[in-house]
Structures are given as C-alpha cells and as structure tokens.
Ligand binder design. Structure first.
Ligand code: SAM
Ligand code: SF4
Ligand code: SF4
Length: 393
C-alpha cells in the first residue's frame, strides 16, 4: 500500500501527538483496492453482498475540508495549516458524481446522503442537489436526498438547498452550552448560529430535521438532558451517537464512550419514554418516543434515537456504501481502502463497465467491523482506517 505522511514534520515529533493522544495521519487517499473482474452474469434483481445485504443507501462525501475541528473527527493538531488538502482537480465534479449516483440507483440505492468534511463548503452544492434530485429509481420514484452538516452555514443556505431539491437535513450539534460547544468544535464557533441554522431548516421545510449529538464521557455528557429538553416537542429528532473508534487520529479510548444504555437511563430519570419500531430495515438508530400521561407515545412530543455502533453492532443489515470526494468507494465506515471509481470514470469506462464493477465490488462485500471490534482493536488495525472526514458519517 502506498502510504504517505501528510505532515511535513518528522516522525520525531510524534511524542507531542502521543502525549495528547492524537495520532498523526496516514494518507489513505493514494491507495486503492483493485476493482474486481466483472462477474460472468450480472444479476437482474436485488443486488446483494456476500452476507445477503442489499445496497440501498449511498453516502457521498463532497469535500475533505471543514471549518470545525471536532477532536473526535479532525483534531486540529493533525488537520492544521500544514495538512495537504485534496486539490480541486482530484474531486469528482458534479457530472461525475451524478453519473455514479445514477448507476447506484439503477442497482437499488434509493437514499442519498451528502456529507464530508463539511458539505456546505462545497461551492455550488445546490447545482449538484438539483442534478441528483432529477434521478429516478427503476420504479420511477424520486430519491430520498438528505445532507449531514455542522449547521454553521445552514441559516444562510437552507432555502436554496430546499429549492434545489434537498428533502431533509441532519445537523450535528454536541452541546447547548456555548462554552462546551465551542470547545467541542475547537473553532470557537458559537452555538447560537447552529441553532439559527436548525430553525432556518425547519422554516424552509427541510423536515423532519434530525440533530446528531456525539456523546463523549466527561466532555459533553452533562448536556444530554439539556439537549433533550430543548428539542422535545420541537419537531426535531435528537439522536445520541456513541463516540466511535473511526479513523486513526482521534486517540479513541473505550472509557470515553458513554453507552447508549446509560444515556437512556439518564433520560428516563427525567422523561417517560417508550420503545418504538425501527422505521426502515437497515435503520441505524434505535428509536424511543416521549410518552403522554397515558403512557403511550405522543407524536407531538416526538422521539429520540440512539446510534450505538460501539455497544450494539448493527452490521447485520448494513446497506450503506460510501463514496469519497475523490471517487473511491468504501464498503464500511471502518475500511482502510476503497475502490477507485474515479480511475474508471476518467479512464473512459462506459456505463456497462462501471455497472459491472459496482456489482462485483458489492457482491464481494463481507465487512462487519462493528461486530468484530474486539478482535480489531490493536493499534496496527487502527492505523489502517480511513478518516471519517474523508468518507463522511
Ligand atoms: N461535517 C458534517 C457534520 O459534522 O455533520 C458532516 C460530516 S461528519 C464526519 C458526519 C457525522 O459524523 C457527524 O454527525 C459527526 O458528529 C459524526 N462523527 C464524526 N466523528 C465521529 C466519531 N468519532 N464518533 C461518532 N460520530 C462521529
Ligand atoms: Fe467537521 Fe463534521 Fe468532522 Fe466536526 S464532525 S470536524 S464538523 S467533518
Ligand atoms: Fe456497516 Fe461497517 Fe458500520 Fe458494520 S461497521 S454497520 S458494516 S459501516
């Protein structure tokens, strides 16, 4: 594997990072898995991977840049002024993204999520959304198109995003307390602006808005109940995400994970909650609804979700593929390498060739990292993982 450091300083400097438990970045972007040979016959029905899982959800990362430096994702000691960002020419352009999305949709994808980095930093994103919104499933249905954002530019952009064809947004917000929030985004960004973004998204009809809160024990777990109080009955679904060992730079430790069961226990000390059914197969969040006085779920009060990829693996029905901004296809959030679809696109491959590659890649997929976490936890395995800011959440 062609592994290259992105920093200009020497390995001797590592002690500084290790002391802070931040690990220097290994560049996964130059390495790629060879695209497998096309199968002799292409399936005509549902495309399934080696574990029988269909392909339903494509997450498209549109930029490697971000204006936040959340320590769990892009620690600023690693993603600093010396970090080598991808040049514009390396990024898939909107026509390339749309062409790939069309081929994925023909193979069963019905849901697209734009992500990053911070997707709203990608210039002209509305034009991409409009192109994607024009796609139809084989049954002629429009796609479910959504976007995950840190919310910093949302107040400005919500209406244009909706007009372009975006259906919904998920906003990441880790605290209501301004000081805690500024510490977590490590860019001194005020919480009020993200809250304004959430309100603008609701006003623009990008609903139902979801809010993702990554919970780190001892960092923002004192915000759990305040966040629930703020969003209960507001039309926003708050989802608690276990701090994950994704990437290789965040110095993840199990003792900083607050298990979802503990988050639920703290919420139940304040509110009556009832378990709800999963909304769709492959849904990542376990849902709990706020109960009315009669003990039944009151839809007006809404619900909360728990994404527990550390304590409760959900690989069994994982139907998600991830496309990086430079056109690599990843089959798991915890993968170390992706398949270089950009080389196919720019090498002149026709649609049939690219479709055959998608089929071969998906049929060979056996990933189930979260189920195998315990046996993968060595530092060596961690060093091979791609960063979340590269393939999105
Ligand atoms: N910048 C956008 C944002 O923050 O919403 C989109 C990209 S971000 C990588 C996507 C999601 O990944 C966010 O909700 C973020 O909180 C989550 N995330 C990043 N690193 C994580 C980690 N180590 N554990 C759990 N969630 C993480
Ligand atoms: Fe940026 Fe999102 Fe990562 Fe935070 S989680 S650093 S906002 S990409
Ligand atoms: Fe899917 Fe990989 Fe996460 Fe399992 S660990 S749910 S296979 S992305």
């Amino acid at each position: 594997m062609d592994v290259k450091r992105l920093r200009h300083d020497s390995w001797a400097d590592n002690s500084k990072f290790m002391a802070e438990r931040v690990i220097p970045l290994v560049d996964h972007r130059t390495a790629a898995l060879p695209v497998p040979q096309a199968p002799a016959t292409l399936p005509s029905g549902v495309l399934r991977d080696a574990r029988g899982r269909p392909l339903r959800d494509l997450r498209i990362s549109v930029t490697d840049r971000c204006n936040f430096r959340c320590a769990y994702c892009m620690p600023k000691e690693v993603f600093d002024s010396r970090h080598a960002w991808l040049p514009q020419a390396a990024l898939l352009n909107f026509e390339e993204i749309t062409r790939l999305a069309r081929l994925f949709v023909a193979r069963g994808v019905g849901k697209l999520r734009l992500t990053g980095g911070e997707p709203l930093l990608r210039k002209g994103l509305e034009a991409l959304i409009a192109q994607l919104a024009a796609l139809r499933t084989p049954a002629g249905r429009p796609l479910d198109i959504t976007l995950t954002t840190n919310g910093s530019l949302l107040a400005r952009k919500a209406r244009a995003l909706k007009a372009a064809g975006l259906e919904r947004v998920t906003v990441s917000l880790d605290a209501l307390d301004d000081a805690v929030f500024r510490r977590m985004n490590d860019a001194d960004f005020p919480v009020a602006d993200v809250l304004a973004g959430i309100e603008a998204a609701q006003a623009a009809g990008l609903t139902p808005v979801k809010v993702n809160m990554v919970v780190k024990r001892g960092v923002n777990d004192d915000q759990i109940v305040a966040m629930a109080r703020r969003f209960r009955g507001s039309g926003v679904t708050l989802r608690f995400i276990e701090y994950m060992d994704v990437g290789a730079t965040n110095g993840w430790r199990m003792d900083e994970v607050l298990p979802s069961a503990e988050v639920l226990r703290r919420l139940q000390a304040e509110y009556a909650l009832v378990a709800l059914q999963a909304s769709a197969p492959g849904e990542t969040a376990e849902r709990w609804g706020y109960a009315a006085a009669d003990g039944r779920h009151d839809p007006a009060l809404g619900e909360v979700g728990f994404i527990s990829s550390v304590t409760q693996a959900f690989c069994g029905d994982c139907n998600r593929a991830r496309l990086s901004m430079d056109g690599k296809l990843f089959l798991c959030l915890f993968a170390g390498q992706g398949y270089d679809l950009r080389a196919l696109l720019r090498g002149g491959a026709d649609d049939e060739r690219i479709d055959a590659a998608l089929v071969a890649i998906w049929q060979g997929r056996a990933d189930r990292y979260s189920e195998l976490r315990a046996s993968h936890s060595s530092d060596a395995a961690r060093g091979r993982r791609v960063e979340m800011s590269y393939i999105g959440g």
